[in-house]
Design a binder for this molecule. Structure first.
Ligand code: MN
Length: 128
């Protein structure tokens, strides 16, 4: 499947950050992306829409992104969807905490667009 047909779910409760991410994805050639702004919405949309990749904020209302990742990875229906944690949590140990929760990659905000591109391509390749 060409990259431009990949569907990416953005999980982000901050509307400005979500819009920025959508613009960055569009620039990188991923025009169709949905946005979930709460943990429960992220769970539901991941199940209903079976995206090819999830960009996961960690600090979210309802249920944090790490708990969402744990639930998605425990569910046979969603466990193969790669999850990239995109988070302002940038303390020592935060990367490990994200990976231990089931995330497949970790990007701390703010990030270079090239880093986002590299991680997306790495994770989409893996799901092919
Ligand atoms: Mn947040």
């Amino acid at each position: 499947m060409p990259f431009e047909e990949k569907r990416i779910l953005i999980v982000e409760d901050n509307a400005d950050n979500a819009e920025l991410l959508q613009n960055q994805l569009r620039f990188l050639g991923y025009p169709t992306s949905a946005v979930a702004s709460t943990g429960p919405d992220a769970l539901r949309m991941a199940k209903d829409e079976a995206p090819d990749l999830i960009l996961m904020d960690v600090s979210l209302p309802g249920m944090n992104g790490l708990d969402v990742a744990r639930k998605l990875k425990a569910d046979p229906g969603t466990r193969t969807i790669p999850i990239l944690a995109v988070t302002a949590m940038a303390m020592p140990g935060d990367r490990k905490r994200c990976l231990d929760s089931g995330c497949d990659g970790y990007l701390s905000k703010p990030f270079w667009p090239s880093a986002l591109k590299r991680e997306i391509e790495r994770l989409l390749k893996r799901s092919d």
